[in-house]
Design a binder for this molecule. Structure first.
Ligand SMILES: Cc1cc2nc3c(=O)[nH]c(=O)nc-3n(C[C@H](O)[C@H](O)[C@H](O)COP(=O)(O)OP(=O)(O)OC[C@H]3O[C@@H](n4cnc5c(N)ncnc54)[C@H](O)[C@@H]3O)c2cc1C
Length: 253
């Protein structure tokens, strides 16, 4: 949570999706046709998409969050220890919300836009105004039990509750945003929650090695597989590089 020299210190100009976009520039990436099944034979792997297209390879690296990796169909089925792991790593329950104001008015009052509270539904906020932008953007998270409860309410009700929180933290000038934007990450088909997998007590100790252990020709990567910055973008990139190195080593040996 720390900003100064912590995990929240840096932001990526243009948005964090640009990491994926730039990494994909030199690769053959097919969008819009998700994988449904993964078949293994003695010679290789066949991955088939929902649209029915098949791709054959010597090995495959599966980089979905564990809970989504567990929803693919595997032939033969995954061993028990791997499937049990994916059953035990749910994603968190989070809404990300934004309110846009004519200016970052809180700065005039000596405030940095960051709040932490024990009263919700927004209990964490940050100043999310891009550098050089005239308007001010407050960002907040609705998390855990609050996330699940407020997912059943209307966008109008959530907007009112979020604005109430911002007023409580930053005063009456927060009462009338120019715009309100929200994203229910639990509802995103290809995330189904965030910020990463939730490790309940006993999961690391009971199932940890299954996170990275290959299953035949199937290899695993992603934020949850990293030994450093686990659950963060940095961890995802590190894990991707480490698993790619392992696979290249196997293919060239
Ligand atoms: C709201 C929010 C805030 C966050 N804040 C931060 C932060 O401040 N700092 C930080 O470091 N991290 C943050 N994270 C976490 C960060 O986004 C993750 O750690 C990172 O994206 C994990 O990368 P990954 O490659 O392991 O998985 P993902 O980014 O989840 O990539 C998996 C990919 O697989 C795709 N996919 C899913 N199913 C299929 C399928 N069947 N077929 C084909 N493709 C499929 C998905 O579309 C996705 O592109 C945040 C996440 C969220 C949602």
């Amino acid at each position: 949570m720390a900003v100064d020299r912590g995990a929240q210190q840096d932001r990526i100009a243009g948005g964090s999706w640009r990491i994926s976009e730039r990494m994909a520039a030199d690769l053959d990436v097919r969008l819009g046709d998700p994988v449904r099944t993964v078949q293994q034979t003695e010679d290789g792997v066949r991955v088939t998409t929902r649209g029915g297209t098949s791709h054959d390879a010597a090995r495959a690296i599966i980089t979905l969050p564990p809970t989504l990796a567990g929803r693919l169909e595997y032939d033969p089925p995954l061993p028990s220890w791997r499937d049990q792991l994916t059953q035990k790593l749910p994603s968190g329950s989070v809404f990300k919300v934004y309110a846009v104001y004519p200016t970052p008015f809180w700065r005039e009052e000596g405030l940095n836009g960051q709040a932490g509270s024990d009263r919700g539904p927004v209990k964490v906020t940050f100043d999310n105004t891009p550098p050089g932008y005239d308007r001010g953007i407050l960002m907040g998270f609705i998390e855990a039990e609050d996330g699940r409860r407020w997912a059943r309410r209307t966008p109008e009700e959530r907007r009112a509750a979020v604005v109430d929180c911002f007023v409580r933290y930053f005063g009456q000038r927060a009462a009338e945003p120019l715009e309100y934007v929200e994203r229910d990450w639990m509802a995103e088909e290809f995330s189904r929650g965030c910020y990463g997998a939730h490790f309940a007590p006993g999961v690391w100790t009971g199932f940890g090695p299954a996170l990275r252990e290959p299953v035949g020709r199937l290899h695993w990567a992603g934020a949850e597989c990293s030994s450093v910055w686990n659950g963060y973008m940095e961890g995802a990139v590190r894990s991707g590089e480490a698993t790619a190195d392992d696979v290249v080593g196997l293919l060239s040996s």
